[in-house]
Design a protein around this ligand. Structure first.
Ligand code: BDP
Length: 693
């Protein structure tokens, strides 16, 4: 009798495990870091039923409460001078804030703390008022630099403007994910903006989107085409000082606010990469931005004016944004904010920070980060970008003395700013898992968490994200050692690994043309703008490699505040991570570790490949702790990353060896093809290409 009981007990346990394992098996990644949990009973008070935002807060608690069963959670709107708008206080089971959105953020924080095992009281205020995603979504549904399917907002075809239930569901899921990490604004369309964005049907659809985002505390913004008065309005000019043009914008802005009374404002890419702008009419960036700012002002709208400008004639692209914008410091209206990419060139795997940070003292400046991995392996490669952004936020500009970090010169800690903001170019698309690569979700997450608190450490963000995203479905003591620790390490190393196999020691922009996936150091088709070709950036010749931006070169170092300017000017004091960004050095230049520059480059490329191989090992070993679906997806991505990292290494070794004329160090794995193969093979499609030289 006893025996049977024991056996049947065993059977019951076995069944339970099998069914749990089956449950855990299919995970398409759609739930992001907001996975369903076994919630306990809870009561919520203070959720005024008239408030859509508080209703969401209540629902979130009810479906994810992991605190004491039967507890009561109090939501409280308070007058508290220590809390900024959106800020919140968690004390025991009470969440208080001065705004409804603040309460919602507090609730998400409380639930996150329960899930990650970090329960404590907290007072939290956001670093930036506006924490905004920039969607480079085109009205036909495609996404510029998007790697996870088409736009969730726009599509082509007969039902382009029909708002379906599926649309609304997706927009709501998107809004919820953003709110859970504190993102409170979205630009719905590409900075390379179609004038049609301001057309009637497009604006009606924006209204529908805004209605879904609003209860989640998210404001809607649009990117505009500066020539809209001509291309959409039929005017003869878009001159910002022309009375008809001013009138046109005022009327358009009034129309927008009639549809969306809490509309946020405009994002503008002007006189950049062929986009129209005020300079087409012999006016300045300030003229253009201020005209739009005046139109938006009565509605409390703002202009985010991008500083991403450069033209082919200048000797050094890195200097141009600073040269163009510094003369206008203090000349912008108080509802204009200048949006500056993290680096002076573009969103490279590594660049020093843009010298505009901290230098514009009378104009608010907002950092623009790229969440979508245009230059870090698209949705094919694992690169956790929190470490890159942490490096940026922590960089000291010295503009107002020591500790004038990029974080502090942009978040209002140092300069009195009416508006503070940070933008991230989104990696979200219609793919089931939103971001293509399961680990790319972590970059969306990290952007939001750092926008909320720009002092957060990458490690803490990784900690939260892993626990929320991969929390074990089966209670497992070994999970920490078996999954959490190795995966965290892999994430924290991953950005540097990409730098290693592609552009170490300050190399930058040596990508294959157009799609920017894989190497193309040789890419310079006849007739192409020089500053769109890699040889412009690496400057390799028989004597050496690197871009001389010192005082005897283009003097870009001069745009940095002392002591940085001198530090970057002197090769001995330049951090080696920026070496070839600031200096043209001989192949035999000795690095701090005693290696020659050539050997060090080869070793970095080689190390990068070995590190990705190690990622494969790490991932294989976590198989017992993760559902089969996500395991396989990531495993496949890592296989491809290894292949492509090797492509980077081999192509770089062979191409640059033509100039260095030096052997590879013995330990470096030899290329598996000849240089011609790499030049004539597209690294994204792996198909033959012609005329890549
Ligand atoms: C570059 C991208 C291009 C964008 C541009 C921008 O390659 O697609 O339009 O940045 O930020 O990095 O405007």
């Amino acid at each position: 009798m006893k025996m049977i009981t024991k056996a049947s007990k065993k059977l019951i346990w076995a069944c339970a495990f099998v069914s749990l394992a089956l449950c855990a098996k299919a995970d398409d990644g759609h739930n992001l870091w907001l996975r369903p949990v076994n919630a306990k009973a809870v009561k919520v008070t203070g959720a005024n039923p008239k408030s859509a935002t508080l209703a969401i807060a209540k629902k979130e608690i009810e479906q994810a409460w992991l605190g004491t069963a039967g507890a009561t959670v109090k939501l409280k709107l308070v007058k508290d001078p220590t809390l900024k708008a959106d800020g919140f206080k968690i004390a025991g089971n009470t969440v208080s804030a001065t705004t409804e959105s603040g309460i919602l953020y507090g609730v998400y924080e409380m639930l996150r703390r329960q899930q990650t095992g970090n329960i404590s009281n907290v007072v939290s205020n956001p670093s930036y008022q506006i924490r905004i995603l920039n969607h480079w979504d085109n009205l036909n549904g495609s996404i510029e630099r998007g790697y996870a399917g088409n736009s969730i907002f726009w599509r082509a075809g007969d039902n382009a403007f029909t708002v379906t239930d599926a649309d609304k569901k997706r927009w709501e899921e998107y809004a919820r994910a953003n709110a859970s990490i504190g993102i409170n604004a979205s630009v719905l369309n590409n900075v390379n903006a179609s004038p049609n964005m301001l057309g009637e049907k497009e604006l009606a659809r924006m209204k529908a989107i805004a209605a879904v985002l609003r209860p989640y505390g998210i404001k809607t913004y649009l990117a505009i085409n500066f020539a809209s008065p001509m291309r959409l309005g039929g005017l003869k000019t878009a001159d910002p000082l022309d009375p008809e043009v001013i009138k046109w914008w005022k009327a358009k802005v009034a129309e927008v606010y009639k549809l969306v009374p809490d509309f946020g404002g405009f994002l503008v890419k002007a006189n950049s990469e062929g986009q129209p702008g005020p300079q087409d009419f012999k006016r300045t960036h300030a003229d253009g931005a201020n005209m739009l700012a005046d139109a938006l002002k009565p509605y409390k709208g703002i202009v985010m004016w991008r500083a991403f400008v450069y033209n082919a004639e200048e000797k050094d692209r890195a200097k141009q944004a600073y040269l163009e914008f510094m003369p206008f410091d203090g000349k912008f209206r108080d509802n204009v904010i200048i949006q500056v990419k993290n680096g002076p060139i573009d969103f490279q795997p590594r660049e020093p920070f843009s010298p505009l940070f901290g230098a514009m003292k009378k104009t608010p400046v907002m950092p623009e980060l790229q969440i979508t991995q245009e230059y870090l392996g698209h949705a094919e490669q694992l690169a956790f970008l929190a470490t890159m952004w942490e490096e940026l936020y922590k960089s000291d500009t010295y503009q107002e003395g020591k500790n004038s970090t990029v974080a502090r010169v942009t978040d209002g800690s140092i300069f009195p700013q009416k508006y503070t903001a940070v933008a991230g170019v989104s990696n979200v698309g219609l793919d089931t898992n939103w971001t293509g690569h399961d680990f790319a979700q972590a970059n969306w997450y990290a952007f939001g968490r750092l926008a909320w608190n720009n002092q957060l450490k990458s490690e803490d963000i990784a900690n939260e994200w892993i626990k929320l995203t991969f929390a074990p479905t089966i209670e497992n003591k070994d999970w920490n050692k078996g999954f959490y620790e190795p995966v965290k390490k892999m994430m924290l190393d991953s950005r540097e690994v990409v730098v290693n196999y592609s552009m170490p020691l300050g190399l930058h922009h040596i990508f294959a043309g157009n799609h920017h996936y894989g190497p193309g150091a040789w890419y310079a088709p006849r007739g192409t703008r020089k500053d769109w070709t890699p040889p412009y950036y690496h400057q390799a010749d028989e004597n050496g490699i690197g871009f001389d931006r010192t005082k005897t070169g283009t003097d870009a170092v001069d745009q940095y505040h002392e002591p940085l300017s001198s530090e970057f000017n002197n090769v001995a004091t330049t951090p080696e991570i920026y070496l070839l960004y600031f200096h043209h050095l001989s192949w035999d230049y000795k690095l701090k570790n005693g290696q020659t520059l050539w050997d060090a480059l080869c070793n970095h490329w080689n190390t990068g490949v070995n590190q990705v191989r190690q990622f494969q090992v790490t991932w294989d070993k976590v198989q017992p702790y993760v559902d089969a679906e996500r395991f396989t997806r990531v495993q496949e991505k890592l296989r491809r990353q290894t292949r492509d990292a090797q492509f980077w290494k081999d192509a770089n070794l062979l191409y640059f060896q033509q100039f260095s004329k030096r052997p590879f160090p013995d330990n470096v794995e030899r290329p598996i093809n000849n240089l011609n193969y790499y030049i004539t093979t597209d690294p994204l499609s792996m198909k033959p290409v012609q005329q890549r030289r």
